[in-house]
Design a protein around this ligand. Structure first.
Ligand code: ATP
Ligand code: MG
Length: 449
């Protein structure tokens, strides 16, 4: 027997509709997630009530007419409860631009409403029993993404479904049924009709899914439709003893070894995208890629602009890609210099991306040992709250005002003092620092009062 807990605010909305003589069911993602034992992100209800009828029965609740022309009302059924999207049973009219139905037709058939939905696992409703006309329950158990109806037709109507299939496959770790997969390949060009913002939002979820690498490997020809920069990486041999994979497989291994976080995964996937452009073989036939990190960063910037990525994500990804090869040696002074230049979070993130890169080498052990050692020192610097920035220095410009007026010279002096502390040649305490400052000024022929 299926045991699904429906939250009180959802039950209340269902009851209001049913008491007024309408059919009403939780539908789509919330049913799918509940059946998988996961807490749904949000609950959607489908109903036989028309939008105006809904407005009447929910007249005591706060209601937003979000998508009223498509039959959708956002309802707050209880004080302080999350919002609920309630939509009239509908079928979609003809599609224009491979994305939007020209109009929707309201219907009084739940079955018709379920038949307009994208995949069988998303086309179930929750009544006394599960309403499942397309075999979604079985597909869920077998971990399969399958279009409702004819796949080619469904992707032609709305090409975003191609991306949704990839996203669900990655996030849920499901496979895509053969006919559905074939139609995705066949109709991939229709992705040109999808707005970059929609692509970006699906891509972010896809890349962070549990099966992202499998989906990337299996569906690169579809993904290459909106990320063509990835295609030259496939099969690109490196002719280098450090590498046992082509650029694409190397990058996939790097993605596999990053946490499911978009910025890290993007950086891992694109860190070597500049390699095909910078490749040359020396007299011994060894492959080199000088300047590839810079080139990769340029390319990833271009891609993120095209996808309308937010600046925060863009900056972080660009930084990680551009600096994925930056040396992080197991030496205290050098690491403090990195910390001073980039800050704690950025250096921490570089360790993550460098570890991912190392994992995809022919012999990662040596690089791992070096990174382990460097990271231990890095952690020690932080734990001991060692000084590596001006804000940690025990003298400030204010203290130095007794000797000199503020300006570039003072900046130089502060940097000099910081470096001495970082090297361990001066203690980070006021009196030692002030003596060192006086000496510095004397050496420059400055008179000290
Ligand atoms: P999640 O909310 O976890 O992203 P979801 O399945 O709930 O997944 P929504 O975008 O919230 O996805 O859509 C709710 C439901 O609407 C889906 O379960 C599906 O039945 C239907 N649906 C959404 N987008 C489409 C589409 N492009 N084509 C057909 N049906 C769709
Ligand atoms: Mg949803």
């Amino acid at each position: 027997m299926i045991n699904i807990t429906i939250p009180e605010y959802v039950k209340k909305a269902l009851l209001i509709l049913q008491k007024n003589g309408y059919e009403a069911y939780p539908v789509g993602g919330c049913v799918r997630d509940s059946l998988m034992g996961k807490a749904p992100y949000d609950w959607d209800i489908t109903t036989s009530a028309l939008p105006d009828e809904m407005k009447k029965v929910f007249c005591d609740c706060r209601v937003i007419e979000t998508g009223i022309q498509h039959g959708t009302l956002t309802v707050f059924s209880q004080e302080g409860s999350p919002s609920l999207e309630i939509t009239t049973f509908r079928t979609d009219g003809d599609y224009e631009d491979h994305r939007h139905p020209q109009h929707v037709l309201f219907t009084n058939s739940l079955h018709e409403d379920l038949s307009r939905r994208d995949f069988t696992i998303n086309a179930m409703a929750l009544g006394k029993d599960i309403v499942d006309p397309f075999g979604g329950f079985k597909d869920l158990a077998e971990k399969v993404i399958r279009c409702v109806g004819e796949p080619e037709k469904r992707f032609e109507e709305d090409a975003l479904r191609i991306l949704r299939a990839l996203r669900f496959a990655s996030v849920l770790g499901f496979s895509i049924e053969a006919e559905t997969a074939k139609a995705m390949e066949k109709k991939k060009q229709l992705l040109l009709h999808i707005a970059p913002e929609r692509i970006y939002s699906e891509w972010k979820k896809m890349l962070c899914g549990q099966a992202a690498v499998q989906v990337l490997r299996r569906y690169i020809s579809v993904i290459g439709q909106f990320l063509p920069e990835l295609l030259p990486m496939c099969g690109f041999l490196q002719y280098n003893p450090h590498h046992c994979y082509d650029v694409w497989e190397h990058s996939l291994h790097a993605v596999e070894n990053t946490p499911p976080c978009f910025t890290f995964r993007m950086a891992a996937l694109f860190h070597d995208v500049g390699k095909p452009d910078t490749f040359f073989r020396d007299a011994d036939g060894i492959g080199h890629f000088y300047g590839h990190a810079r080139k990769s960063a340029e390319k990833v910037t271009h891609i993120l602009d095209r996808l309308r990525a937010d600046n925060a994500a863009k900056e972080k990804i660009e930084f990680l890609v551009a600096n994925h090869g930056l040396s992080l040696p197991p030496e205290e002074i050098l690491l403090k210099k990195r910390l001073r230049k980039f800050g704690e979070e950025a250096v921490h993130d570089l360790f993550i991306i460098q570890r991912a890169d190392a994992s995809a080498l022919a012999n990662p052990e040596e690089k791992y040992r070096e990174l382990d050692c460097a990271e231990q020192i890095f952690n020690k610097i932080l734990q001991e709250k060692q000084c590596f920035s001006l804000k940690d220095l025990m003298v400030t410009g204010e203290d130095l005002k007794a000797y000199m007026s503020p300006g570039p010279e003072m900046g130089k002096l502060l940097s000099f003092l910081l470096e001495k502390v970082m090297e361990g040649t001066c203690a980070n305490e006021k009196s030692s620092l002030l003596s060192a400052a006086q000496k510095w000024l004397q050496e420059r022929g400055r008179k000290i009062d």
